[in-house]
Design a protein around this ligand. Structure first.
Ligand code: SF4
Length: 66
């Protein structure tokens, strides 16, 4: 099973950028290892929702599995 950095291993939100990239970007068709500094709107929204506790990393993983 693919892991999602520290986000995939804990129920709480608030990981660092590498964890967010593992969780969100590495599932994205536009992901490029060389463009890690770029942040699209969806990335920013998901990071904000995670930070506020509105969504959990597990919910993102579940959605990406569908
Ligand atoms: S920042 Fe956005 S477009 Fe870029 S890889 Fe992450 S989710 Fe995809």
């Amino acid at each position: 099973m693919k892991t999602h950095g520290t986000f995939g291993q804990r129920a709480t939100s608030g990981g660092d950028k590498e964890s967010l990239i593992d969780l969100i970007c590495k599932q994205c068709d536009f992901y490029k290892d060389s463009d890690k500094e770029l942040e699209c709107g969806a990335f920013k929204i998901l990071r904000g929702l995670l930070k506020k506790g509105i969504i959990t990393p597990e919910e993102i993983i579940d959605v990406l599995r569908e």
